[in-house]
Design a protein around this ligand. Structure first.
Ligand code: FA5
Length: 352
């Protein structure tokens, strides 16, 4: 046996060791096994060729080759175990820890206007009112004429109207509009029902108005109507006082002052005493030092409105009222700009 045959055997061992240590996954490891220890592998080839080694050296060479084979097999097994351990720990680090708290799911919430409308309607329902709704696109007839506001009457200026150019009368005037208030439902309800009537009407209305901190061009109103025999102004005062007490708290004082709406006579605006400062803070953000906060318009249904729907004002009477839920939400929650209600700012909406 030549020294070079031993040198080749050692070089083969070193190359096999290097390549085994460089194998990083199961596929590389298997490729290495086939290349060196497989049936046609290089080490197997060396062992098969022992017969060609001169007889006097065969035993020593054979023993050396066998030693290398056994050493490489052990190294292979150790490397295999290492890689399996690594793969397992990688799996472990990817695993889901079911003991961790879950990720919170964003919950939808009610819009502050919806909360207040539900509260308002709930209070009136508990007093025996029905909740009804009506169309947002309305005829001039219901928005104005049935409510004692004839065409070209200056009282129309009170409601800056957005007209819909779908229909015109013989004189070329628009006859449809986006309702400017929810009062048209007074006429619609009375036209199709007989007294006694007790309804509240939540819904959107629209005005051609510049917006500011307390005015929007699209906002909600809740309208109310009571018609029956013998309904008096005392009934109006009691009902609205009871409503204010339930909505704003037990100790509320209310104030009624004369106001003008063509469809009621007498007409009033209703205020509650300021629950923030009680009138003691001249800089109060809510009442501006007056001590009173106006919350709605109201009055006794005008006899012309009753006649327009075929009722006899000598037999039945009623009262009506209309309020803005956004303005009420502003008071209840201390919101100082009505434009926040429609800005869709999630930081604002999340607070309710
Ligand atoms: C009316 O619209 C009458 N229809 C109310 C009424 C009904 C009176 C029945 C008598 C009998 P007024 O224009 O004042 O009235 O509006 C009523 C409420 O709607 C106001 O008190 C206010 O809360 C709200 N409102 C009015 N204009 C706006 C606006 N531009 N933006 C937000 N809210 C408004």
């Amino acid at each position: 046996m030549t020294t070079s045959a031993f040198a080749d055997l050692n070089a083969l061992r070193d190359a096999a060791t290097r390549e085994l240590d460089a194998a990083v996954d199961a596929a590389a490891l298997e490729a290495w096994r086939v290349a060196y220890l497989g049936r046609s592998g290089k080490i197997t080839g060396v062992l098969r060729g022992i017969a060609a080694v001169p007889a006097d050296q065969r035993r020593v060479f054979g023993a050396a080759a066998n030693e290398i084979k056994v050493a490489l097999e052990q190294r292979f097994e150790a490397r295999q175990a290492d890689l399996e351990r690594g793969a397992l720990s990688a799996l472990a680090s990817d695993a889901i820890d079911i003991t961790l708290p879950g990720r919170p799911v964003d919950m939808g919430r009610l819009h502050p206007t919806t909360i207040v409308i539900r509260e308002i309607c709930g209070i009136f329902q508990s007093m025996g009112f029905q909740v009804v709704e009506g169309p947002e696109v309305e005829w001039d007839k219901y928005n104005f004429e049935a409510l004692n506001i004839p065409k070209d009457h200056p009282a129309r200026d009170k409601w800056d109207t957005i007209w819909v150019d779908a229909n015109k009368d013989v004189e070329g005037r628009f006859t449809t509009l986006l309702r400017t208030h929810n009062s048209p439902m007074q006429a619609r309800v009375m036209e199709t029902n007989q007294p006694p009537i007790r309804v509240v009407v939540p819904g959107k209305c629209f005005r051609y108005e510049a917006t500011d901190a307390t005015h929007e061009s699209q906002f909600f109103q809740v309208e109310g109507l009571v018609v029956d025999e013998g309904v008096s102004f005392a009934n109006l005062k009691h009902t609205l006082y009871e409503f204010a007490r339930r909505l704003f708290g037990g100790d509320r004082k209310v104030r009624f002052r004369c106001d003008f709406f063509p469809f009621v006579e007498p007409g009033v605006d209703m205020s509650i005493d300021c629950f923030k400062c009680g009138g003691r803070d001249p800089a109060c953000r809510i009442c501006r030092g007056s001590g009173w906060i106006e919350i709605m318009g109201a009055g006794m249904v005008h006899p012309n409105v009753l006649r327009n729907v075929g009722y006899d004002p000598a037999r039945v009477s009623g009262f009506a009222f209309g309020m803005g839920p956004e303005r009420i939400a502003m008071l209840k929650y201390g919101i100082d700009d009505i434009r926040l209600f429609y800005a869709n700012d999630i930081r604002f909406l999340r607070q309710f």
